[in-house]
Design a protein around this ligand. Structure first.
Ligand SMILES: Cc1cc2nc3c(=O)[nH]c(=O)nc-3n(C[C@H](O)[C@H](O)[C@H](O)COP(=O)(O)OP(=O)(O)OC[C@H]3O[C@@H](n4cnc5c(N)ncnc54)[C@H](O)[C@@H]3O)c2cc1C
Length: 319
């Protein structure tokens, strides 16, 4: 049995959930999904049932705002009950926190931040990318169950299953140890902003924008026109123009949208490692030798301040 831990927001599964379904289907065998949370999680579980045969909803509103320990307890309970051989979760921030704790709690193995996972006999074997995706490591799980955190974009989003699955609800039991650390405050992405990891289109601005005002006008403006997520390079974040949660790259987020705009971005390897799973890449840079053009599908050599207004005007004329 492969158990998928589903991340969700605003009453819907996050995009990565459907990528995990593909990973589980590739492994073969029985599949179940677990959804944690109060009223918002009900529709999530129902949506998941179109993709996997069995969905367990751990119905407890405290899990919406709980510390990682409560979530680990709830996940470990379901994994143990189902006798899961593996638990798949996303390798984002929550997966980074929950994965190691869950592997320890289950007395199992952890395959972390993997780009692919497969079976070799009864062993799960994963590929991990290293050195800015220039090398690949093969990692074997030597214990069971195996907690596997999967990189965003590593698998395509799954199509619905032929037949709908079932949803069952459970309560969770917690101990005082689960509340040894409490979540103080959670701030969500401002209303109207598209979450970067979820976005099908990402508009990224680099130092070539010149200053924070130009970034707001051009990059945020284009993102708004397209309903896209806003991303930044580290140079922009270090300059204080944009918040760290927009940084893409080795020391920021990994994104894998269908369309990625790189505007005034040089294309340093540390940046590329965070976006090189994007579908189509469009780059605008005034330097025709900028490394970003090596990964771009469409490149415009020109000044962003001239090209972008023309591009936005042209896009506004489209239906
Ligand atoms: C350990 C480590 C980790 C790092 N992690 C990250 C990371 O996570 N993410 C990240 O992004 N970087 C990271 N970096 C930094 C990275 O090496 C680069 O310094 C950074 O990505 C450069 O950002 P940039 O492209 O915005 O700026 P620059 O390198 O300054 O490039 C600006 C680009 O804009 C172009 N330009 C200038 N003016 C215009 C204009 N008017 N119109 C069009 N184009 C213009 C220039 O030709 C240039 O190519 C890391 C570095 C290290 C050492």
């Amino acid at each position: 049995m492969i158990l998928i831990a589903i991340d969700h927001a605003h009453g819907a599964p996050r995009r990565g959930a459907f990528e995990l379904v593909s990973a589980a289907r590739d492994l073969g065998g029985e599949i179940a999904a677990v959804v944690l949370g109060g009223p918002d999680a009900g529709p999530v579980a129902a949506a998941l049932a179109a993709f996997v045969p069995r969905v367990i909803h751990v119905d407890d509103a405290t899990l919406d705002h709980a510390s990682h320990e409560r979530r680990v307890t709830a996940l470990a309970g379901v994994a143990t009950e189902l006798g899961a051989e593996a638990v798949l979760l996303g390798a984002g921030r929550s997966g980074q926190a929950v994965g190691p704790r869950l592997a320890w709690r289950l007395d199992g193995a952890l395959l972390e931040d993997v780009a692919a996972v497969r079976r070799e006999g009864s062993t799960l074997v994963a590929e991990r990318l290293a050195y800015l995706s220039r090398a690949s490591l093969t990692v074997r799980a030597e214990a069971s169950p195996v907690v596997v955190s999967v990189k965003a974009g590593a698998y395509p989003a799954a199509a619905p299953a032929d037949a709908p699955g079932t949803v069952a609800s459970r309560a969770a039991t917690f101990t005082a140890a689960d509340d040894a650390a409490r979540l103080g405050e959670r701030r969500s992405v401002a209303r109207g902003r598209v979450a970067l990891e979820e976005a099908d289109v990402v508009v990224c601005g680099g130092r070539g924008l010149g200053d924070a005002d130009a970034f707001e006008r051009h990059v945020v403006g284009l993102a708004h026109d397209l309903g896209a997520g806003v991303a930044s390079t580290r140079a922009v974040v270090d300059a204080g123009w944009r918040p760290y949660d927009e940084q893409v790259g080795q020391t920021g987020k990994n994104v894998a949208p269908q369309l990625y705009f790189a505007l005034g971005v040089s294309g340093a390897v540390q940046h590329l490692s965070g976006m090189n799973r994007s579908g189509t890449v469009v780059a605008i840079n005034k330097d025709g030798d900028a490394p970003i053009f090596k990964v771009a599908d469409y490149g415009i050599v020109g000044d962003v301040h001239e090209v972008l207004p023309a591009l936005r005007a042209a896009l506004s004329g489209l239906d």
